[in-house]
Design a protein around this ligand. Structure first.
Ligand code: AKG
Ligand code: FE2
Length: 318
C-alpha cells in the first residue's frame, strides 16, 4: 500500500523507477530477514572483506569435522588431477583454477541424464521441457528460453561427484575445514537474444556470489565451449581486494556495466575459459565472474558448490 501511494505521488519516471527498485530491494531483504535471518546476516556481512576474513576464520574453527555427509565416499577420484594443495594455492592467488578433467564416461553419463530429464525453463519449476522438445515448446509459448535447469537429485553421477574425494579434498584444503555440499545444478544455456535484466538474472553479466563467508564452486563443461558457446569468464584476483564501493554493493554489482568492472580491475585479469566437454573449473566465486550467453549452440554445464554453512535455498531472496 505504501509503495502504491508512493508510486502515485512521485511522478517523474526516473524517480518512479528508483523507488520501484528500492521497494523491491527492501521487501526482498525484509522477507529474507524474516524467513532466513542467518542468510540475511551472512549476505550483509560477507560482502565486507574484513568481516569475511573474521567470520570465515571463526566459522572454520568451529566446524565439526564431519559436516559433509560421508555415507558414500569413493575410493578414487573421478577427476584428474586431484592435487589439492597446488590447486588451493592457485585459487588463493588467482581465484580460479581451470585445469580439472572429467573422464569421457562420466561426461557421457551426465549428458545422457540431462537429455532424458526435463529441465525447468529459465529456472521456473512450473514450466518443464525435454531438451529435444525445446523448439516446439518455444514456438508454442512464443519466446526463446535462456536457461534450462535440470534437477540433479536422481543423477548417480552427480551424487558421486559431490562426494568425490578429489573435489572434497580441494574444497577442504581451500575452505580450511570440512566442506558442506550446498548445491548442484545441471544447467543448459541456450543461444539467443536477451534483455539486460535477463542477463543479470541468468548470471550472464559480471557479478559475485555471496553464498557463505567461504565458498567454492566447481564448473564442468559437458559440451565443447569456445568463445561463441557460452564460456565462463572470470576477473582473476577479485576474490579479495575489491573496491569498498563494490564490497558495499554486494550482489547489486551485477547492475554495473561489465566494461566498468574490467577497466577497474584490469583487462589483463580477464580469463575466458574455453575447452572441450569434461573440462573442470574451480573458482572462489567472490571473484567477479559470468557465463557468456552462447551465440551458436547450447552449453551444458554442471555446477557443484561447497561452503562452510548451508543456509538453505541460496538463490532465494537474491
Ligand atoms: O554460467 C556460468 O558460467 C556462471 C554461472 C554463475 O555464475 C552462477 O550461477 O552464479
Ligand atoms: Fe555466479
Amino acid at each position: 500500500m505504501v509503495a502504491t501511494a508512493l508510486r502515485q505521488v512521485v511522478r517523474p519516471r526516473g524517480y518512479r523507477r528508483f523507488l520501484n527498485k528500492l521497494f523491491c530491494y527492501v521487501s526482498r531483504s525484509l522477507t529474507c530477514l524474516l524467513y532466513n535471518p542467518k542468510l540475511f546476516l551472512m549476505r550483509k556481512l560477507a560482502r565486507i572483506e574484513f568481516m569475511r576474513q573474521v567470520w570465515g576464520t571463526l566459522t572454520a574453527c568451529t566446524i565439526c569435522p564431519k559436516t559433509l555427509n560421508e555415507s558414500a565416499p569413493l575410493p578414487t577420484s573421478l577427476v584428474t588431477p586431484p592435487n589439492p594443495k597446488t590447486i588451493s594455492a592457485v585459487l588463493r592467488q588467482q581465484g580460479i583454477y581451470a585445469g580439472l578433467q572429467l573422464s569421457d564416461v562420466v561426461v557421457a553419463e551426465l549428458v545422457d541424464f540431462a537429455h532424458q530429464t526435463p529441465f525447468a525453463v529459465d529456472r521456473n519449476p512450473n514450466i518443464r521441457c525435454l531438451f529435444k522438445d525445446r523448439a516446439t515448446l518455444e514456438a508454442s509459448l512464443g519466446y526463446s528460453f535462456q536457461l534450462g535447469s535440470v534437477n540433479t537429485q536422481g543423477c548417480a553421477a552427480v551424487q558421486a561427484l559431490i562426494y568425490d574425494p578429489g573435489l572434497v579434498e580441494i574444497a577442504t584444503e581451500y575452505l580450511g575445514a570440512k566442506p558442506t555440499a550446498i548445491g548442484s545444478e545441471l544447467l543448459w544455456s541456450f543461444p539467443g537474444e536477451s534483455t539486460w535484466k535477463q542477463q543479470i538474472k541468468g548470471a550472464q553479466v559480471f557479478h559475485y556470489d555471496i553464498d557463505d563467508y567461504r565458498s567454492l564452486k566447481f564448473f564442468f563443461y559437458l559440451t565443447d565451449v569456445d568463445e561463441r558457446n557460452g564460456p565462463h569468464v572470470c576477473i582473476q584476483k577479485t576474490h579479495w581486494g575489491k573496491k569498498l564501493g563494490h564490497q558495499l554493493m554486494g550482489q547489486r554489482c551485477a547492475s554495473l556495466k561489465d566494461h566498468t568492472l574490467v577497466e577497474t580491475y584490469g583487462a589483463e585479469q580477464v580469463l575466458t575459459v574455453c575447452g572441450q566437454a569434461g573440462l573442470g573449473i574451480v573458482e572462489d566465486t567472490f571473484c567477479f565472474h559470468k557465463g557468456n550467453r552462447p551465440v551458436s549452440r547450447p552449453r551444458l554445464m554442471l555446477q557443484i558448490q561447497y561452503a562452510l554453512n548451508d543456509y538453505g535455498d541460496i538463490r532465494a531472496y537474491a
